[in-house]
Design a protein around this ligand. Structure first.
Ligand SMILES: Cc1cc2nc3c(=O)[nH]c(=O)nc-3n(C[C@H](O)[C@H](O)[C@H](O)COP(=O)(O)OP(=O)(O)OC[C@H]3O[C@@H](n4cnc5c(N)ncnc54)[C@H](O)[C@@H]3O)c2cc1C
Length: 292
C-alpha cells in the first residue's frame, strides 16, 4: 500500500523541501505530511513504522540544509491550528509544538510573563527549539520548560514532567519522534516593562543576524562559550565566497545563499570555515545546522 493511500488530504508526494527551509536549497521529500489532528499524525506515524519508512519532523526549516538527493522518507510539518495553539493559565504558558517561537514569546510578554523574551529573534518553532534546546549565551529554552507532550515512533502520546526533562547546550532529553506541545513556567512582570525589554533585545538580536532580505543559515555551535562567529572572523573568513555561498559580513557564523547558490557551494564553504579555524586557531567547530 502506498504510504499516502487514504491520507491524501494531508500527505503529498515528491514535495520540494527548498520551499520549506530557510536556505531554499535541496531536493524533495518522498512524502510531505501536514496532519490536521494528533489522530491523523498518529495514523501516519504508525503506517510509517509498519512500512519501515523513515520519518523526520520539519519545523520552520531554519536549521536544516537539505542535500540535492532530498529525503527518502516522510517529512512531517506541524503547521495546522491543532498544533499551534497558545494558552495562558496563571504563570504557565501552553504552546503547541508547531507554534512559532516568536509568537509564543510575544504572547507571554503581552500577558506579563517574563523569561522567554531572552530568546527573542531566534527563528523557528517551539518544538524544534525544545528539541535542540535553542538559546543564547546566558539563556536557553529548556530552563523554562515545565512539561512537554510528545508522540513516540509507535504513535503513542506521552506527557513528560519537568523532572523527566534534561537540557544541556543544544541538547535535550526529548528524544521521542514529535514534540506536540509544551508548558513553560514564567515569572509575572509588568507587561509594559517587559515589552520594552523584548524590543531592545530584538534590536540587538537582529543587528547580529544577516539582513532580512538575505537567505541565510546559522552554521556552527559556540565552542565552550566562545562565539563561533568571532573565531571565523579571526580566521579571516568574513565575506569569503564559494560560488553563490558567502560568509556573512554581519556575523561570520552565517552563510548567505545568493541567487544561484548550490548545496555544494554551502557544504564546501562550511568545510573551508571548519578547516581554516582548526589550522589558524586549533579549535574544532561543531556543525549546528542539520544536513539532511
Ligand atoms: C537567523 C538565524 C538565527 C538563529 N539564531 C539562533 C540562536 O540565537 N540560538 C539558537 O539556538 N539557534 C539559532 N538559530 C538556529 C534555529 O533558529 C534553531 O535551531 C531553531 O530551533 C530551529 O527551529 P525550526 O522550527 O526552524 O527547526 P527546523 O530547522 O525545521 O528543525 C530543526 C530540528 O528540530 C527538529 N524538529 C522540528 N520540529 C520538531 C518537533 N515538533 N518535534 C521534534 N523535533 C522537531 C527537526 O527534526 C530538526 O532535527 C538561528 C537560525 C537562523 C537562521
Amino acid at each position: 500500500m502506498d504510504l499516502a493511500s487514504g491520507l491524501e488530504h494531508f500527505v503529498r508526494s515528491e514535495e520540494p523541501l527548498s520551499r520549506h527551509t530557510w536556505l531554499r536549497l535541496g531536493g524533495t521529500a518522498s512524502y510531505f505530511a501536514e496532519p490536521t489532528t494528533p489522530e491523523e499524525l498518529s495514523t501516519l506515524v504508525r503506517r510509517c513504522r509498519e512500512q519501515d519508512m523513515p520519518v523526520r519532523l520539519l519545523g520552520h526549516g531554519s536549521n536544516v540544509l537539505v542535500r540535492d538527493e532530498g529525503f527518502q522518507g516522510a517529512v512531517v510539518h506541524l503547521g495546522a491550528p491543532a498544533f499551534c495553539e497558545i494558552r495562558v493559565e496563571k504563570n504557565i504558558l501552553f504552546t503547541g509544538g508547531g507554534t512559532s517561537l516568536t509568537h509564543a514569546i510575544s504572547s507571554a510578554v503581552r500577558e506579563g510573563l517574563a523569561g522567554l523574551e531572552t530568546l527573542v529573534g531566534i527563528p523557528g518553532s517551539v518544538g524544534a527549539a525544545l528539541h535542540g534546546n535553542s538559546g543564547r549565551q546566558h539563556a536557553d529554552i529548556g530552563q523554562y520548560a515545565h512539561a512537554a507532550v510528545t508522540m513516540t515512533r509507535t504513535g503513542e502520546i506521552i506527557r513528560r514532567q519537568r523532572e523527566d526533562l534534561q537540557f544541556a547546550y543544544r541538547q535535550s532529553s526529548l528524544n521521542e519522534l514529535v514534540i506536540l506541545g509544551a508548558e513553560f513556567q514564567l515569572e509575572p512582570e509588568d507587561p509594559a516593562a517587559l515589552t520594552k525589554r523584548m524590543q531592545e533585545l530584538w534590536i540587538v538580536a537582529k543587528s547580529k543576524q544577516p539582513t532580512g532580505d538575505q537567505v541565510a543559515g546559522r552554521i556552527f555551535r559556540n565552542p565552550h562559550g566562545i562565539l563561533a562567529a568571532d573565531l571565523i572572523d579571526q580566521a579571516g573568513l568574513k565575506g569569503t565566497s564559494v560560488g553563490g555561498a558567502q560568509v556573512s559580513e554581519r556575523n561570520a557564523n552565517y552563510i548567505v545563499a545568493h541567487p544561484g547558490a548550490t548545496v555544494d557551494d554551502v557544504l564546501t564553504l562550511m568545510e573551508q570555515m571548519r578547516t581554516k579555524v582548526v589550522s589558524e586557531l586549533e579549535i574544532e567547530l561543531e556543525t549546528d545546522i542539520e544536513v539532511w
